[in-house]
Design a protein around this ligand. Structure first.
Ligand SMILES: Cc1cc2nc3c(=O)[nH]c(=O)nc-3n(C[C@H](O)[C@H](O)[C@H](O)COP(=O)(O)OP(=O)(O)OC[C@H]3O[C@@H](n4cnc5c(N)ncnc54)[C@H](O)[C@@H]3O)c2cc1C
Length: 356
């Protein structure tokens, strides 16, 4: 079986790669090799929050490019999975200038109406002394990542340029004459170009040994969120308590997701089923209770999976000169959904005009 492009991994990053290939090279045959079914990894459990926040210049360029590419999905079937949401940041006034420097949008104070709205969402909400609430025009979104992944892949499948192979766990990617040989059990594919996007699974290093020199040490980190039955409406804002690294995202009428910081590393993704465990719930409830004990009492469960984190906490696209036509996206670092369009674009563009 041969292809112009093989994409290893059918999460949100791999699906954006296939989607872009279908748009830029509609005559190509692209094969997506997925060990399970699409969007069963980190993507399945993602909160999908797309903040216009960036820590460095490189980060900012990924944020801006991703936002532009997400905007291009508007009025297409995948665009249905991207929901604009108002974002409110609760931050110490003394740290407002740091937030301003990190925000790829102009911040303005929220009005009294918005403050009342937040208090209604989180009954008994406690603000810390010196905290203020700010927002920005537009530019915040929530991505229904699992649905979007499937919609992106389906577009290419329907056009006839994407072949989705489910249940194919790629064990090796080897350089051969005219491209790469990918082996999954008894099956083999040959492709001129390969993009590896396996989320927190096998690091590209053992998968494609030639990438060794370029891939930095990255570690798997647990990422968890709570589900709480709160008096929220679907059009309420996402409220981010910046100094607590905690946000409350209305999912639908009466239910919100609460994202909080978790510090558990190096688990095996194959041991996780996506459900929050007792320790996740305990830590999350404690973090939320510091803001609103009534909200903490309304927690009904949660989700937890992992993501791969790079040392700089920024996803990276890797290529090496002696492996032309091969690239790997490494380390969603908790931002793999919001940055997926730009990461996929960079990974694909790096192999578009180079082939082994
Ligand atoms: C609870 C939680 C909340 C999150 N919230 C946010 C958020 O608000 N905003 C945000 O931007 N990000 C968030 N993230 C992070 C984000 O979900 C990830 O960064 C992103 O989904 C990574 O996408 P991916 O395609 O790289 O990986 P994955 O979705 O894990 O996809 C990788 C795919 O590769 C497949 N695969 C693996 N190995 C092989 C192989 N050898 N052969 C074939 N297929 C293989 C897997 O089955 C999987 O389908 C969150 C994550 C979690 C867990």
């Amino acid at each position: 079986m041969s292809a112009d492009l093989a994409v290893v991994g059918g999460g949100i990053v791999g699906s954006f790669v296939a989607h872009r290939a279908a748009a830029l090279r509609p005559h190509w045959r692209t094969v997506v090799l997925e060990r399970d079914v699409p969007a069963r990894g980190a993507t399945a459990w993602s909160a999908g929050a797309d903040f216009p926040l960036a820590a460095t210049a490189e980060h900012r360029s990924l944020v801006e490019e991703s936002r532009r590419l997400y905007d291009e999905l508007q009025d297409t079937p995948p665009g249905l999975f991207v929901r604009p949401v108002r974002m409110v940041y609760v931050v110490a006034s003394s740290r407002l200038h740091d937030l301003r420097a990190r925000t790829v949008a102009d911040l303005t104070p929220t009005g009294a109406q918005e403050a009342d709205r937040i208090r209604r969402m989180l009954p008994g909400l406690r603000f810390k002394t010196d905290e203020c609430a700010v927002t920005h025009r537009g530019r915040g979104a929530v991505v229904a990542a699992r649905g979007l992944t499937e919609a992106l892949l389906t577009g290419g499948v329907r056009k006839g340029c994407t072949a989705l192979q489910i249940g194919q766990r790629v064990e090796s990617v080897e350089r051969v004459a005219n491209g790469y040989r990918l082996t999954a059990g008894a099956n083999q594919w040959q492709a001129r170009r390969v993009v590896i996007a396996v989320g927190p699974w096998e690091l590209p290093r053992p998968l494609a040994p030639g990438l060794e020199a370029a891939v930095p040490e990255a570690r798997r980190k647990r990422v968890a969120a709570l589900h709480a039955q709160l008096p929220v409406r679907a059009d309420d804002p996402l409220v981010y308590f910046v100094d607590d690294d905690l946000f409350v995202l209305p999912l639908c009428e009466g239910q919100a997701l609460v994202s909080f910081r978790r510090n558990v590393w190096d688990e095996d993704p194959d041991t996780l089923d996506g459900q929050a465990d007792a320790a996740d719930l305990e830590e999350g409830v404690r973090a939320l209770a510091a803001r609103s004990s009534r909200a903490a009492a309304a927690v009904v469960g949660g989700r937890a999976f992992q993501d791969l984190y790079t040392p700089g906490r920024l996803p990276l696209v890797h290529t090496v000169p002696d492996m032309p036509g091969l690239s790997a996206v490494v380390g969603g670092s908790g931002s793999g959904v919001r940055l997926a369009p730009a990461l996929a674009a960079r990974a694909l563009d790096s192999v578009l005009d180079s082939a082994a």
